[in-house]
Design a protein around this ligand. Structure first.
Ligand SMILES: [Zn+2]
Length: 255
């Protein structure tokens, strides 16, 4: 049987975007579902299946919810950067963007130590973003959509490389459940189809298949949705998928 790696990743945004956009109390509370209920359900599921994951966290969220960050790290999951207040990086001036990255990095490193990975909020970035995070010493990014397996990204204007873990909208819980209102079985079938297809793919230069799934505690954490994730995890486990944190896989690509 072919080998396949799976990076289950979670964007712990909480209500950061709603606060930045000064939205109403109900919209804010929707983000807070991640804090009140979603995150604990995910952590319990990961513990049940003995899976280590990567959590992309906004700096503001880490400051506001240190106890939740502690729950993530004490279970040996990885914390990676995801903006300070879930900014649209493509809307920022160069200097503004530098401040966002450096501030976020400082907040997260003060809590959990060295940060190695980054994911752009909304998967939107400026032409400077990857250069900035490479110069800051980050090892990997997970925001681009140009491949379906990780690769080494040569950063323009920088001698440094990043490992890119490509993402896709159809491998994002928010898009399928919130935007398209897909049913649980539809979501499962989409994710399973991609997993099965990658597993059967013969075109790999190297025998490494990697599926990156992006979920949000405020979305997948709802009762009927977490059962979809559990069903998918269980299916992938039955196919001997190897679940890894991005930081652990990324270091292999930079050897
Ligand atoms: Zn996000």
């Amino acid at each position: 049987m072919s080998e396949i790696y799976v990076c289950l990743t979670f964007d712990f945004d909480a209500e950061s975007a709603q606060i930045r956009q000064e939205e109403d109390a109900v919209r804010i509370s929707k983000g807070q579902f991640a804090v009140q209920r979603g995150l604990s359900r995910i952590l319990a599921l990961l513990a049940k299946y003995e899976i280590k994951s990567t959590f992309f966290v906004c700096g503001w969220v880490a400051e506001k919810y240190p106890q939740h960050i502690n729950e993530i790290t004490s279970a040996q999951h990885e914390i990676a950067a995801h903006g300070y207040l879930h900014e649209y990086l493509d809307k920022l001036e160069f200097n503004e963007e530098i401040i966002v990255h450096e501030h976020t990095n400082q907040v997260l490193e003060d809590i959990v130590g060295k940060i190695k990975g980054f994911r752009a909020p909304y998967w939107k970035m400026s032409k400077n973003t990857l250069n900035i995070i490479a110069e800051m010493g980050y090892m990997y990014d997970s925001s681009l959509m140009d491949e379906d397996r990780p690769y080494v990204y040569s950063v323009p204007e920088s001698p440094k490389n990043l490992v890119e873990f490509p993402v896709e909208w159809f491998l994002d819980d928010w898009v399928l459940f919130e935007h398209h209102q897909k049913s649980p079985s539809e979501v499962f079938e989409i994710w399973k189809a991609q997993f099965d297809a990658l597993l059967e793919m013969e075109d790999l230069e190297e025998n490494r298949r990697v599926l990156t799934l992006t979920c949000h505690p405020s979305c997948i954490g709802h009762a009927y949705r977490i059962t979809v994730l559990e069903r998918f995890i269980s299916y992938m486990k039955s196919k001997q998928a190897i679940f890894v944190k991005m930081v652990d896989l990324a270091s292999d690509y930079l050897l």
